[in-house]
Structures are given as structure tokens and as C-alpha cells.
Ligand binder design. Structure first.
Ligand code: CMP
Length: 225
């Protein structure tokens, strides 16, 4: 398994080589194709997962079947750790949005590492605090921002994490369908399509299959405020 991406992750960056090697011995590899789920909301689970390559969406389903995406995570990020601190069923369904490789680690193994390396728990707390901050921001945006503003913000956030320079702008290969993008901003597909079409017409971006090229990041930023 290519564990270099994990070595660079903030959670492990402070670990000595020996502890890191002992930890990686415990990892199990999970390969997923697009659309395959690692676990579903409500499942019991005793493992957390690091993303080695690819992308994972975390989503929740309403009783009427509608879906909402909490986050899209990429290489170096982790999920499935909530039950480690607060034992309860999985809080969301984790599904691959592209070919994805994960490294699974049993909660008890991480617990052992935390006991001998308290700095790891500080990193985990920081990741949880960051997630809470993002969640608060999304909640405020749902109340205070219109759909085009939320779409602009979601694209900028995806660009921050997955963007790469292209000849005429920033290529953001987010791998999401327009339906998934709509689930991420909490709006209907029609409204999100309309917002995207307006941005294209203004020359702020170009649409590609499961990707966008941001052509005018300044204007998109202004629209996201
Ligand atoms: P767990 O409840 O074990 O399984 C679902 C996982 O989704 C959860 O752990 C977290 O790792 C992750 N998760 C839940 N809520 C959010 C959120 N708001 N943002 C990012 N990840 C989340």
C-alpha cells in the first residue's frame, strides 16, 4: 500500500518512525469503485478509514429518500472516527465517488497509539474542531445565503482541496454529478444547474464531465460572500 500519503497527514506527522511502522502494520486495504459504500448510516462499526487515493462522499438520507451530502473528502483525510469517542452507530453513509483506496484501522489500535502518543489526540481534536467549524458555516449558509452563493462557495472549497492549475484557470475534478453537487449545497438539481449556467454565461467557469474549470476566481469569491 502507498502509505506515503498517510505519513504526510497531520495526524501521523508527529509520530516517530517506529510507532508509525507499528500502526501501518495494522492497516487493512480497502479498494472501492465509484458508487460502492464502505458503510451505511446506522451500521455498527469499529474501524476508521484514511483515504489513500480517490474521494469519499459522506451523506445522510431523509425518511422520504432525499439525500444530503455532509462532505466530500480526499487523500490524507479520515472518517469513521466518531464512534471511537462516542460509541454509537455510523452517523452517515460513506460512498466512493471515484476509484478509491482506503486504509482501515480498528478503533482499538488507534486508542493504543493515543495512549502512548498523546499528541495524536490533539490532532484528532483539531480535525473535529475544524469539521465543526465547517458544519457551522454550512448551516449559516443554508439560512443566510442564496443557492448561487452556496454553489460558488462549494466550488471554491472543492478548488482549495482538489484544484490543479490548468492553462486557462483552475481545474477542479470534483468527480460529482450535478445531482451530488446539489445534495452538497442543499438545493434542487434544477436550481443548481441554473446557478452553474449563469456562472458559465458570465465567463466565471467552464463545465466539464464531473469537473469545472474556474476561469475567474475573484468574481466567484465575491459571489460566495
Ligand atoms: P462515523 O459516525 O463513525 O461514520 C460516519 C462518519 O462521517 C463519521 O464517523 C465522521 O467521520 C463523518 N462525518 C460525520 N459528520 C460529518 C461532517 N459534518 N463533516 C465531515 N465528516 C462527517
Amino acid at each position: 500500500m502507498d502509505i506515503e500519503v498517510l505519513r504526510r497527514a497531520p495526524l501521523f506527522a508527529t509520530l516517530g518512525d517506529e510507532v508509525f511502522a507499528a500502526l501501518t502494520d495494522e492497516l487493512t486495504e480497502v479498494d472501492l469503485s465509484r458508487g460502492a459504500s464502505v458503510f451505511r448510516e446506522g451500521d455498527q462499526g469499529d474501524q476508521l478509514y484514511f483515504i489513500v487515493s480517490g474521494k469519499i462522499k459522506l451523506g445522510r438520507t431523509a425518511p422520504d429518500g432525499r439525500e444530503n451530502l455532509l462532505a466530500v473528502l480526499g487523500p490524507g483525510e479520515l472518517f469513521g472516527e466518531m464512534a471511537l469517542f462516542d460509541p454509537s452507530p455510523r452517523n452517515a453513509t460513506a460512498t466512493a465517488v471515484s476509484e478509491t483506496r482506503l486504509a482501515g484501522l480498528r478503533h482499538e489500535n488507534l486508542r493504543k497509539v493515543i495512549q502512548s502518543n498523546p499528541e495524536v489526540s490533539a490532532q484528532l481534536l483539531q480535525a473535529l474542531a475544524r469539521r465543526l467549524r465547517r458544519t457551522n458555516e454550512s448551516l449559516a449558509d443554508l439560512v443566510f445565503s442564496d443557492v448561487p452563493g452556496r454553489v460558488a462557495k462549494a466550488l471554491l472549497d472543492l478548488a482549495d482541496r482538489f484544484g490543479r492549475p490548468a492553462t486557462d484557470g483552475i481545474l477542479v475534478a470534483h468527480e460529482l454529478t450535478q445531482e451530488e453537487l446539489a445534495q452538497l449545497v442543499g438545493a434542487s438539481r434544477e436550481t443548481v444547474n441554473k446557478a452553474l449556467a449563469e456562472f458559465v454565461q458570465r465567463g466565471w467557469l467552464r463545465l466539464e464531465a464531473r469537473a469545472v474549470v474556474i476561469l475567474d476566481i475573484q468574481r466567484l469569491r465575491q459571489r460566495s460572500r
